[in-house]
Design a protein around this ligand. Structure first.
Ligand SMILES: Cc1ncc(COP(=O)(O)O)c(C=O)c1O
Length: 386
């Protein structure tokens, strides 16, 4: 094989196949993690583009600093500062989506065989990005409050460099970690000298009833926070950020410079201009309301059509519902049936780095409208109870 040993042998991932099928507009897709396009602040972005080009074209169309444009870093530092931790812009680096952050962290930290600790299940994109650096994945058990790193063995902790967690509306389960557990994890991290916490937080702003507790990163210096504008403004902008200790940010700067020099200057300035003109809290309020409606519609349909043996957690925010069918069911095996019925979901097995729970699946409740949600869930219920 001419490709490097890092490249997985499978030519196409199951997910790419599912996503290809869902390009067919007649398919009701609960599969992709696509924000609702109705939620994009199109007018504000259009006006921001005009303003950037009329006021600042020479800078906007030019190369810029690897760390990101200073005023956007300042904006993010202020936005993400908390009473417990005031951020300096030098602790912020702009990246091309938090997906790029995962890749940069893999490049910076991981040699083949290094340990990465993940929840089970966890975000497929993180597994894929980090797997390219050939780590050994270890899993951390969870209870109702969230991950329990205190249960990890000394051996695993000694071998591991990164622990990847999503405390807010986790992808794929939608679960939120309790405030107490966040504090416990911050204290736990203070006892570690080889391990960094990667706290990925794309969904924290998308709460329905109350904001989740403070990020672990605001309590722990051994943490790297990943944020993104994908779910707040639009994923097509490809804008995310990393918040970490200045030393780590400086090291990441070297890595990113080698990868792509910098994230689009134009995109950064447009995002900044949009954030200045838009009332972000009003916009977020609308997105939350909209997503809450869709989550409710999906839950109502699940209650109506799925039998008593199908379980899920009522989502309190984010974009996903995680379904657990009776033990012994295999959601991958019946996926083709669902696709034939023109409904798509992601089988749970993709979200595990170790033995998967085959009777699970992830549904996104944000991408399609309420009527399609009902039709799609009814069709799935028939397939799952056949
Ligand atoms: C948990 C998680 N992390 C990271 C990403 C990547 O987001 P982006 O690269 O658009 O910022 C996603 C996207 O769905 C996600 O669910």
């Amino acid at each position: 094989m001419i490709y490097s040993a890092r490249i997985p042998e499978v030519e196409n991932s199951i997910l790419s196949d599912i996503l290809k099928i869902t390009e067919d507009p007649s398919v009701i897709s609960f599969a992709g993690g696509l924000p609702a396009s109705e939620s994009f602040p199109v007018d504000a972005i259009a006006k921001a583009c005009e303003r950037v080009l009329s006021d600042n074209a020479a800078a906007a169309l030019q190369y810029s600093a690897t760390m990101g444009v200073a005023p956007l870093r300042e904006w993010i530092a202020a936005y993400r500062s908390t009473p417990a931790r005031t951020l300096h812009p030098d602790e912020v680096m702009i990246v091309s989506g938090s997906q790029q952050a995962l890749d940069l962290l893999g490049k910076l930290f991981l040699d083949p065989g290094d340990g990465v600790i993940v929840e089970r299940p966890t975000y497929l994109g993180a597994i894929e990005a980090l797997a390219l650096y050939q780590p050994n994945f270890y899993t951390v058990d969870s209870d109702v409050e969230g991950a329990r790193p205190d249960l990890l063995t000394v051996d695993v902790l000694q071998k591991s460099k990164l622990m990847y967690l999503q405390p807010n509306f986790q992808n794929p389960t939608g679960l939120v970690m309790s405030a107490k557990r966040r504090e416990e994890i911050a204290s736990f991290m203070a006892t570690q000298d080889n391990l960094y916490l990667v706290e990925d937080d794309p969904y924290g702003e998308l709460w329905f009833h109350e904001a989740p507790p403070a990020n672990i990163s605001s309590l722990s210096e051994r943490s790297i926070l990943l944020g993104t504008f994908s779910k707040v403004l639009s994923p097509g902008l490809r804008l995310g950020y990393i918040i970490a200790d200045k030393k780590i940010i400086r090291a990441l700067e070297q890595v990113k410079q080698a990868v792509d020099l910098h994230t689009s200057t134009f995109g950064q300035l447009v995002a900044l201009e949009t954030l200045k003109s838009l009332s972000l809290q009003t916009h977020l309020g609308e997105v939350r309301e909209f997503y809450r409606g869709r989550a409710q519609a999906m839950e109502e349909s699940l209650r109506q059509y799925m039998g008593p043996n199908v379980r899920w957690n009522s989502p309190q925010g984010g974009m996903f519902i995680w379904l657990t069918l009776p033990e012994g069911r295999d959601t991958y095996a019946v996926l083709q049936k669902a696709l034939d019925a023109k409904v798509a979901y992601v089988p749970g097995l993709l979200f595990y780095t170790d033995t998967p729970e085959q009777h699970t699946l992830r549904l996104s409740f944000v991408t399609v409208g309420e009527e399609k949600i009902r039709t799609g869930i009814q069709a799935l219920a028939q397939i799952f109870t056949d």
